[in-house]
Write a protein that binds this ligand. Structure first.
Ligand SMILES: NC(=O)c1ccc[n+]([C@@H]2O[C@H](COP(=O)([O-])OP(=O)(O)OC[C@H]3O[C@@H](n4cnc5c(N)ncnc54)[C@H](O)[C@@H]3O)[C@@H](O)[C@H]2O)c1
Length: 256
């Protein structure tokens, strides 16, 4: 393998939930690395803002208002991407209901909130993977990177719908990897630790930051930048023989 081992230049990378937080940082980082980020985001105002930011850094994003929980919307996003670029090399299933989730006892979660979290976080990831798989199959290669969470191996209390949804992503990754291996499509999951973004997280209360940091081998806050190396590696030629894996990126807070 050549110096292209970790090169993602020219790759078309669909990033769902790219309008804020970690997804926004993936978009900026992939653009800086010469990839073409497709921003698939439900929040129009944030989508426009991130599109502008990527352009300001010399990137060539494709911004598509998308609801990952609606099959027609996902199909339209894939169709527009193909119209513009003719291929999809990587899907990052990053969109989720997360920052806005308040902590509650599991038996106090309102039923509609439970359903929304489960639907967007599980079904949304499934719909996006199901929409890009035929495209990747035809192309003879592809990468699907599912974003799970370090809350799963730890069984973090206070948002059972979220943790359950991210546990489903682990099972989905493993079974999907087996189904897509013969098509040369690699499927892996990333389990971030608690990551500080520009958002106030409704699930965090005072003292939680210190508590989390003290559980880590590397005792410092995690930032989106800490995740970029791993996600970019999984999107690059260098990770061609890695599939069906769940990789924690959390300063050693958990060991899988
Ligand atoms: N930040 C953390 O501490 C942390 C830790 C572990 C895992 N994660 C995971 O990383 C990913 C990003 O986290 P974040 O902190 O940036 O979350 P966030 O809540 O700040 O951002 C999520 C993004 O997804 C978008 N989104 C929500 N529903 C959507 C839909 N139906 N269609 C399209 N887009 C939709 C939101 O508008 C938002 O832009 C999530 O999957 C999250 O579960 C985050």
């Amino acid at each position: 393998m050549s110096e292209k081992r970790f090169d993602v230049g020219g790759r078309v990378i669909v990033i769902t939930g790219a309008g804020q937080g970690i997804g926004r940082e993936y978009a900026l980082a992939f653009a800086e690395a010469g990839a073409i980020p497709v921003l698939a985001e439900i929040n129009r105002a944030n989508l426009d803002k991130v599109e502008e930011e990527v352009r300001a850094r010399g990137g060539t994003p494709l911004a598509i208002e998308t609801d990952v929980g609606t099959p027609e919307s996902v199909q339209a996003m894939v169709a527009r991407t193909l119209e513009s670029h003719g291929r999809i090399d990587v899907l990052i299933n990053n969109a989720a209901i997360f920052a806005t989730i308040p902590r509650r006892k599991f038996d106090e979660i309102p039923f509609d909130e439970w359903n929304r979290v489960i639907h967007v976080n599980i079904t949304g990831s499934y719909l996006c993977a199901a929409a890009v798989a035929p495209v990747m199959r035809t192309a003879g290669h592809g990468r699907i990177i599912n974003i799970s969470s370090g809350t799963v191996p730890q069984g973090v209390p206070g948002f059972l719908h979220y943790v359950s949804s991210k546990a489903a992503i682990v099972g989905m990754t493993r079974a999907m990897a087996r189904e897509l291996g013969d098509d040369n499509i690699n499927v892996n999951a990333v389990l971030p630790g608690y990551t500080e973004t520009e958002m106030e997280h409704a699930s965090m209360d005072d003292g939680m930051h210190d508590f989390i940091q003290n559980k880590r081998i590397l005792k410092r806050p995690e930032t989106p930048d800490d995740l970029i190396g791993l996600v970019m590696f999984l999107a690059s030629p260098g990770s061609a023989f890695i599939t069906g894996q769940c990789i924690a990126c959390c300063g050693g807070e958990v060991m899988l």
